[in-house]
Every structure is written in C-alpha cells, then in structure tokens.
Design a protein around this ligand. Structure first.
Ligand SMILES: [Zn+2]
Ligand SMILES: [Zn+2]
Length: 921
C-alpha cells in the first residue's frame, strides 16, 4: 500500500481496525471534560477515562480497548500554549491514538503489534525506528530487560537502535502515589536535515536529544507497580498496558510532510483562512504564525463547545474564552477584523464531523457561541489594547520590563483581555507579565466573590480501608465478585446482615446511639447520588423476630450514601436507638415519600429538557442539573434570558405532557445503539457499554435520554409542574428552577393564602385584588402630587419670611437659610424668587435631602459676578466644609455634602466669604 495516499481519517481507522482485529473493543473518545474527575481541567491523554480501572475502583466488561481520544493541553503541568503557532508540532487540542490492556496482554504483544503496525501495515523504514527502554539511573528500580528482550526479537530491528533511558523519559507515574511503571518509546529519525540544533555547541544529535530530527511516535506504558510513598514500589497483582500515539504527528510522517499544518487534517482549515484574508501564497507564508494559531484555536474551540464548554470566566469556560479571543486577535493581525472564526469552525465541523458526530449535532451552538464571543471581545478590545499600550509605555520609560500582575488582572476584569493575550503583546515588545501576581489577584478576586478554584485530591485517602474490607468479605464468600448488589429501581425494602460498620473511617464492631456511622449491607436499593439526583434517605433497623439472637431493637437513620470504591456502597447515618452490631440481621427501608418526591422531579427534568428544545431550539442542551426532593434545577445552553412568554409556554407544555399521562419506557441497551437511535447523552458523563435509557411518548417519543436515575411510572404521577425562577449562571448558560407534586401543591397553597390575606386587608375578593391595587396606586400618585404642591407652597411661605429680613454685607444683601423637607428643584426655584425680589444679592439655600445628605444651592446676581463673586466657587467653599463638592455657573451652582450636621455652620461662613471676595466697583 502506498501510505502517502492515506488520508488522516483513513490512518485513524487503520489504527483502530488493527486493534479491533486483535480482540480490542472500540471505546469512543470520552469528553474533553473528564467525567467525575475533579483533578483535571481537561482530558489530556487517552488513559484518563480508564484511570479508575488502574486505580482498582472501576471495572469494565472488556479487557482490551482502543480508540482515538480528544485531548487538550492548555493549562497546568502540560501546557503547550506558548509553543502553539511558533512551530509545526504543538497544539492545544489534539487526538491521541491508543490501545489498552487491563490485566490482559503485556509487553510481548504490545511491542510486537506496535512494530508490526508501524513497519508492515504502514511501511515505515525499519532503519529509521528506535526503541527506548527503562534503566534506572538511581539503580533502585529494576531495568526493564523484559521489554528490551522483546524488542530484540522484532524482525529487521537494528539492535543498536534499542536504547536505555532513565526516569525522566522512561518511567511513568500517575501521581505521587498510585499506579506506575516503565515505558518504551518508539522514535522516528526524520533525517539529519531536520536537526534544528546543529549549530548549538554540545548538541548530541540522537534520540531524546531535543532537536526536531528524532520524533517520539508512540509511548507504550507498562503498569506494574503501585507506588505507596516516595521510596516504595509494590508489584501490582495485575499488570496493564497503556499506549499513546500523537495522531497529528503520525499523519505528518505517513503523509511525508514537514509540518502538522500541511497534513490533510489542517490543510483545509489553513486554506479557508487564506480565502478569508485574500492573501497570496507568499503573503500566507509570511504570516504563518497567525495562520497556525487561528487554525489550532478554532479547532480547539469547536471541540470544546461541542463538549459543552462555552466561553466564560472560570476554569474550563475561561480557556474556551481565551482561545477564541486569542484567535480573534491573531485574526486582527492579518486583517480579519470582523467576526470570522465561525467560518473556520465550519470547516472543522465538516472535516471531523464524521468521526466525532457531536460536532455536527452541535453545529449551531458551536457557530453561535464563537461568533458572540468574538463580538463581546470586539466591544472591549480597543479600550483594552490602548490601556495596555499606555501601561507598557510607562513601564518602558521607567526602564521596567515586567507588567505587574495586578495590572494585567485589571485588564482582564475591565476589558476582557485574557492574561495570555496580554502576555503575547508584552512579549512582542520584549516585555514580560508577572503571572504569579496575576494568579494572586485572580485568587483574591475569586475568594472575594465566593467562588472556589480548588480541584480535589486524586485519590481518596480512605479508599484502601474499603478495598481491604471488600477483599476480606469476598474471600469469606459473604460478598460476590461484583461487591455490594445495587438496585435502586426495585428494592425499596431489603433484609440482610450488617456486614461492616465504620466510624471516622475505621471499622467498628458495635455502635452507640449518637454515633455517625457508615453501614455496609450485602445489597441496597438506596440511590447513590449520580447524574444530579441526590441520595436517598431512610432507616436501617434490627429485625424483630426469633432469628435475631440478641432481640435488641436498634435503628440507624440514613441521610446519605457513598460509593468509596468499586463494588462498595455504604449507607451514611446516625444511630438513633440501641446498639447495632456487625452480624445483626437488619432491614433497610428507603423513605418512599422522600424518594417519590425525587422521582417526580427527575422525570420532570426530562420533560423540561424536551420542552426547552421544542420551544427554544436544539441548541438548548443540558449543562447540569440537580434533582432534590423539594425542587429541581436545570442548567442549559442558551444565549439570552427567556421571555415570560417563553417561560409560560414551557411550563404549560410540560404540564400538558404530565396530564397526557405517558408511560415511561425504560430499557437497557448497548451505548452504541442508543447513540445511533439519537438518545441524549450528557457532557462529561462516563457511560458503560450498556446504558439505561428513558423514553417518554408512546408512538412518537419526545424525550429519549441516557439516565441512571429513578423515575415515576407515568408522567401523571408528577401532578403539577411550576417554574419558580429563571436566571443565568455563566455566559451562555441559563438556569431554571421548578417544583412538582407536593412542592408545587405547597407553593400554590402558600400563594393562595397570601392572596386571600391580601384580599382581606384590602377588603375585597382575590379576583378583584389587581383592580383594587391599581386604584390605590392611582390614588397614591394623586396624593404625592398634592403633597409636593403643598411642600412647594410651604417653602414659598418660609422663603418669604426669610426674605423679610435679609442681612446686608457691605452693600450686598446676603441670604442664607436652611429650608426643611425641600428638594434641589425647590431650592432652585426659591433662589429664583430671591433674585426676582433682589436685583442685586447673594443667596445660599440648604436642605437635607431624603437620603440624609445635605444639598446646597448658591445664586449670585449678574452685577455681583462682575464684582468677583462666583456661585460655583461659593458653593464649593460651603460644601467643602461638609465633606462634599460641586460647582456650576457663576450665577447658579449646586453642591452636595456628606455631613448634614455641619450644614448650619457652613452656611454661617457665607457672609465672611462674601466680604473677603467682594471687590468694590
Ligand atoms: Zn539534532
Ligand atoms: Zn435523568
């Protein structure tokens, strides 16, 4: 086969088919948002979705897997952002091909297959390939002779191309503790001319020599140890294989091009950018960095949004925002000033949509989110850039080359300029940004706004206790291979012996009233929190019959559930009565009333989801949910607030579905089949091979979701569905809260009571309350108009009294007065009255406004302005004494103060000021 003719898509397929033929299961790429993993911002390797298998907390129905995994490396330890655009090989988003063995095949097969695929199937020249193996430079961990031996057996391999490297290159660890093992890397020699370090003194041109000549193609990790602390490795009972091959890189080699951007994975994207700019080929070549950044970032943003990560201010959403804005800014550098990224994203969707159908499914959400983010950025960009210019120039003038972190944070907070863009611009002027200062300001800001940024620990420290417990119980035959049996759908009441109890994370044999305990039973129907549905409540109590040896009654109230390790489920609760002992026969009862409230709310979220899509469009997709007994919360993607008309339609629509009383159809089927049938899956959720599906609607289902939650049998069980609020949680994400069943009934009751008592107060019927209140509001308006007229008249009267005796300073009448209960407008009209009566004079009128702050108006007649009196200065002088300020025209000015207690004293200073400032004619 001539490999040059292979398209990227075909290369991906050949890889997967090769391993399918060798007994592997194709496990679709997991979401870029790691499911249930709080330690990772983004999925950054193929093994992420299998991590729990290596940790021993999860198991799968297959022992061999293969796929192409979507990955992002843009933050944290693996951060390639700085290199993206600068070279031909770094990307924020990339694909990783992989094959895995979970306690199945090991080094022999992994190495043999890797060699065969590269050399026989893909026809790479054997003399260009190198294999590395692990040899510990500290001589603490054994050399991986086993792998080296396998390599030596491969047909046509040059034995001198089998090399040994130390911990940095050839030993893999998941974390500071946990699974680890040696690895073997396969490198490809592209030829001497690719060495970009030839002129660097001391450069040894070889594998791991850091130049562009030798490319690492494939990493085969052999997981065989469990690291318990910094110095101890224990052999694992089962060994695993975890491999990863950079997809873009292998495509560039097989298509024989010197840049990932020249492969057919990127070429159509690059060409589209050229079409948009109208560049000639030489102009394109001269602007390679912007082209690469735009192509890379547009591809990343497209995949992110398809996985539900929309632009926003925090965490993953921030990354999505940042890469769109960064691409937009690089677009600006090559003349793309109007929003253009959606045009590029469209090509990404077309090129990748077949293998990653989520792209095509979410086409409109991807395009609209990208464009509106570009528009948001444009609105603030100019302000941000010019502010940054000012800051940088100032620093340079002072010989300072580092922009303080606080300033770069303010640029983000005020102008939406992400740190990464500020840094780009600073670097273009050979300056740097204090990034730790930025992070500190960001942290302070988050703490101030109450948002946490902490990712949890990778491994729950207590997990070992549960694993040992499980192993012991399995060894005794008390628990089967699957561990605790779990069926929340059918078992609301079950009997069994107390297998174990834990208090403060340690096993105990007996508990006292008041003890907070975790209780292990052989099986349970108590729901464990998942998919937004909260855990069940209930009780576990002693069985009061002859088989109970002690016949002592005890009871534990269960308030939460937990799954601390694969196969383990514990009830969390408090002993209310008696002293439960391990071995006692017990009965566990789910609180069915509490559970039914939850089921109503859960089924209602499915109806709501379907109705949102029907009313708002297909882009309205679930972005999170909470199903509690007293309420439900549903987050979904939608760019703007819902109108009250839309909310009414949605609420009415759900209630129609409730009253039509559809039977829920619940089936378990293969994931693949459910996806093909168009079931709605959630972002970031890990699904097993076989999934539970919930379908509603008899012949024409209107709701079809993958869901492990508990549901009512018929929609009529929901009773009534009422929306209680609608709001926003992040840019592009709306949240609806609602109640059903008992909650809805209680709300209606409460509102009805309020309405009745309001009607009683108003001495009318509930129906007439609106009319009555409208009438009262009318009356109130009339009254306040009358009141303000009366105030005006009262003010006039007082003013006239003051004007009867206006003191004279030199030859000038100077009136100062405090007019109670008067607003600024009245003060102004009073000063007019003064000027009508006094063709020459000064008036300063003060009052304390309704806010409790003093206001002052000063009026000076024209003739006195000529003699050096200025109302603006006068009012400033007066207000200054009350902690305030103001100003205005020479003839009329207004000011406010802070301290009302100083008003009289301040006014008393006016005659003196006039005397000092008055010039004689
Ligand atoms: Zn070199
Ligand atoms: Zn559900």
């Amino acid at each position: 086969m001539t490999v040059k003719s292979l398209s990227g898509a075909k290369i991906r397929q050949v890889y997967i088919d090769y391993f399918l033929d060798r007994g592997h299961t194709m496990v679709p790429s997991s979401s870029l948002v790691p499911g249930g993993d709080q330690t990772l911002l983004f999925t950054n390797a193929g093994m992420v979705q299998f991590k729990d298998i290596f940790l021993g907390t999860d198991s799968r129905p297959y022992t061999r897997a293969t796929n192409s995994q979507k990955c992002m490396r843009v933050a944290g330890k693996h951060n390639d952002l700085d290199d993206v655009g600068q070279d031909d090989t770094h990307h924020t988003f990339f694909e990783m091909l992989g094959n895995w063995s979970f306690g199945d095949y090991y080094k022999k097969e992994a190495i043999q297959w890797a060699w065969e695929l590269l050399t026989e199937v893909w026809g790479l020249q054997k003399e260009r390939l190198y294999a590395t193996c692990f040899k510990d430079e500290k001589r603490e961990i054994p050399t991986d002779e086993e792998a080296a031996e396998e390599w030596r057996k491969q047909p046509g391999i040059d034995p001198t191309h089998i090399m040994f490297f130390g911990r940095k290159d050839n030993f893999w660890e998941m974390a500071e503790t946990g699974p680890s093992g040696p690895c073997s890397e396969i490198h490809y020699d592209r030829g001497e001319k690719y060495c970009d370090l030839q002129d660097v003194p001391g450069h040894v041109c070889q594998v791991n020599g850091d130049c562009q000549r030798f490319l690492e193609l494939w990493n085969l990790v052999f997981i065989q140890y469990n690291r318990t602390d910094a110095t101890h490795l224990e052999p694992l009972p089962a060994t695993h294989v975890d491999t990863g091959m950079g997809f873009e890189r292998i495509v560039s080699i097989l298509q024989d091009v010197d840049s990932n951007y020249k492969t057919d994975l990127f070429a159509p994207i690059m060409d589209t950018i050229q079409d948009l700019t109208g560049h000639s080929d030489s102009e394109r070549a001269a602007n390679l960095t912007p082209y690469r950044v735009i192509a890379d970032h547009a591809r990343a943003a497209t995949f992110l949004i398809a996985d539900g990560v929309v632009p926003g201010n925090m965490g993953r959403n921030y990354i999505c925002r940042m890469i769109i804005r960064r691409a937009a800014r690089f677009g600006g550098k090559i003349g793309l000033d109007d929003p253009f990224l959606a045009r590029v994203a469209e090509v990404v969707i077309n090129e990748y949509g077949e293998f990653y159908p989520e792209l095509s499914r979410n086409r409109s959400a991807i395009l609209s989110n990208i464009t509106s983010e570009e528009q948001r950025f444009q609105r603030t960009l100019v302000g941000g850039l010019s502010r940054l210019e000012v800051l940088l120039t100032k620093l340079q003038d002072n010989g300072d080359m580092v922009l303080p972190g606080k300033q770069s944070f303010d640029l983000y907070a005020t102008y939406g300029l992400p740190l990464e863009i500020t840094r780009d611009i600073a670097r273009e002027q050979n300056m740097e940004v204090d990034e730790s200062g930025f992070n500190q300001s960001m942290q302070e800001h988050r703490t101030a706004s109450g948002a946490g940024g902490d990712f949890g620990k990778l491994i729950d420290e207590g997990v070992e206790v549960y694993r040992h417990l499980l192993e012991n119980l399995q060894a005794q035959g008390t628990l089967g291979i699957e561990g605790v049996a779990y069926n929340p759908y059918e078992w609301l009441e079950m009997e069994g012996h107390l297998l174990a109890m834990l208090k403060d994370g340690k096993p105990i044999s007996e508990a006292e009233p008041g003890d907070k305990v975790e209780v292990l039973l052989p099986r349970t129907g108590f729901y464990v929190e998942a998919g937004g549905q909260v855990a069940d409540n209930g009780i576990i109590r002693s069985v009061n019959d002859s088989s109970n040896a002690r016949s002592e009654a005890w009871q534990i109230r269960v308030t939460d559930m937990r799954k601390p390790a694969a196969g383990m489920i514990v009830h969390i609760g408090e002993v209310e009565i008696g002293t439960p002992r391990v071995g006692d026969l017990a009965i566990a009862q789910v609180d069915t009333r509490y559970r039914r409230d939850i089921m109503r709310n859960h089924t209602a979220t499915h109806l709501l989801h379907a109705e949102l899509r029907a009313v708002l469009g297909e882009h309205a997709r679930q972005a999170g949910s909470l199903v509690a007994p007293d309420r439900l919360r549903f987050d979904f993607t939608h760019p703007q607030a819902l109108t009250s008309e839309q909310l009414e339609r949605i609420e009415a629509g759900v209630n129609v579905r409730v009253l039509d009383n559809y039977q829920l159809n619940i089936r378990v089927k293969p994931l693949q089949l459910a996806m093909e049938e168009g079931a709605t899956a959630l972002f970031g959720e890990k699904y097993a091979e076989n999934v539970r599906t919930i379908t509603i609607g008899d012949d024409e289902p209107f709701s079809y979701e993958l869901c492990g939650g508990t549901h009512v049998e018929e929609t009529g069980d929901i009773g009534l569905f009422l929306i209680t609020s609608e709001g926003s949680t992040a840019a592009g994400i709306r949240r609806i809260e609602a109640v059903t069943g008992r909650g809805a009934y209680e709300m209606v009751q409460r509102r009805s009571k309020t309405l009745k008592s309001t009607a009683a107060l108003l001495e009318t019927t509930p129906e007439d309350v609106p009319a009555k209140i409208a009438g009262m509001l009318d009356e109130l308006t009339q009254q306040s108009k009358l009141l303000s007229r009366l105030r005006q008249q009262l003010g006039n009267l007082r003013m006239l009294r003051h004007m009867d005796r206006v003191p004279v300073v030199n030859d000038v009448p100077v009136l100062t007065a405090v007019l109670e209960d008067t607003d600024a407008e009245t003060l102004r009209s009073m000063s007019d009255v003064f000027r009508q009566r006094n063709p020459s004079g000064v008036a300063v009128l003060g009052s304390v406004g309704s806010s409790g702050r003093p206001i002052v108006i000063a009026a000076v007649t024209e003739d006195l302005v000529k003699r050096g009196l200025h109302a603006g200065e006068l009012v400033k002088f007066v207000a200054g004494q009350m902690g305030g300020g103001g100003g205005g025209r020479p003839t009329l000015a207004q000011a406010g103060g802070k301290d009302a207690g100083k008003l009289k004293e301040a006014l008393a200073s006016v005659p003196g000021w006039v005397e000092n400032n008055l010039k004689n004619e």
